[in-house]
Design a protein around this ligand. Structure first.
Ligand code: ZN
Ligand code: ZN
Length: 319
């Protein structure tokens, strides 16, 4: 069974769990670790069973809880290299660690892991490692300020490249480039057990490559960020309005609707509208706009429109 749970969606934090029977992936960790765990538990998901975290891009609303969550669970984080570099710059604004230094440290870690592998320890070394990590966190959080862990430290980092598929457990992942003002932003398609899930938020428009990737999805999670009139008349400074509306900003209700009407194949069971702005949109405007675009294709079995929310997890979708 494939299961998808949107834990949070919007400019104050984004995070979604995609899982097969065997593998569980967290896409973005845009709220605090504590909040993520709380929401996962509320949605019936066990944080300790997560296998990996995937990052779409380095904006704060996608990485706020990343380092703490990865360290607490001892699981790998998958980035593109450019996103990882940008993230390191973001968490270490005073350049406590340059990319070259991080690479050197990573090489050293790989060497010591290789040495450890050549000289294997008892079977449960993984558990030991995780426990050691948790202990470290607890000890450090006490009051030893000097020994605070490097904010960019992650247990494991894996790189992927947009356009090149890879697997995590039995979930096939295809990252694809999206137009957004970040270092190397991506959307994802996940495939497992004959179910296909497409995620595309934080994009200024939908380019042909993204439209192609989003074909044949059983679940389509699509940004419907703002209502153009509300954005124009709303509280943001003009420069921010321009940024949001630009080709590397966010997808409007109109743009999402246009895609749903003309660029989308109508195959999904669920269409999830996501990353709704709290200042420049209303859930009902986004819904009406999408439902109007899908008017001839909505049924009990197809194209049901759901709205992802900022403050609480959505009910899990089971496929
Ligand atoms: Zn975002
Ligand atoms: Zn963003």
């Amino acid at each position: 069974m494939v299961r998808m749970t949107v834990l949070a969606s919007g400019s104050r934090g984004n995070s979604t769990v995609v899982s097969s029977t065997r593998t569980r992936i967290l896409v973005d960790a845009g709220v605090s670790c504590r909040e993520l765990f709380k929401r996962m538990q509320a949605a019936g998901e066990d944080p300790r069973t997560l296998d990996a975290i995937l990052v779409t891009h380095e904006h704060q609303d996608h990485v706020q809880g990343l380092a703490v969550t990865a360290r607490k669970l001892g699981i790998p984080v998958y980035f593109t290299e450019a996103t990882h570099r940008a993230w390191i710059r973001w968490v270490t604004p005073r350049k406590r660690m340059t990319y070259a230094e991080w690479l050197a440290e990573r090489k050293q870690q790989a060497e010591s892991r290789a040495a450890a592998a050549a000289n294997p320890e008892p079977a449960n070394s993984d558990t030991n490692e995780r426990e050691a990590f948790e202990e470290e966190q607890e000890t450090l959080s006490a009051d030893d300020v000097k020994a605070k862990p490097d904010p960019a430290a992650l247990p494991f980092v894996e790189y992927f490249t947009a356009g090149q598929g890879f697997s995590i457990g039995d979930i096939a992942v295809t990252p694809f480039t999206i137009p957004h003002d970040a270092a190397d932003p991506v959307g994802f398609v996940f495939e497992a057990e004959d179910v296909r899930i497409g995620l595309a938020t934080d994009l200024g428009y939908i380019p042909a490559n993204a439209a192609m990737r989003l074909r044949r999805c059983d679940v389509l999670m699509l940004e419907s960020n703002h209502d153009l009139d509300m954005l124009r008349d709303g509280p943001y400074p003009w420069s921010v309005k321009q940024r949001v509306m630009s080709r590397v900003g966010h997808l409007s209700n109109n743009a999402a609707a246009e895609f749903l009407e003309k660029g989308y194949d109508g195959q999904a069971e669920y269409v999830i509208l996501a990353h709704l702005s709290e200042s420049n949109n209303l859930p009902e405007l986004a819904r009406v706009s999408a439902e109007h675009a899908l008017r001839d294709r909505m049924s009990l079995l197809g194209n049901r429109v759901l709205l992802a929310t900022q403050d609480e997890p959505m009910a899990s979708i089971l496929l």
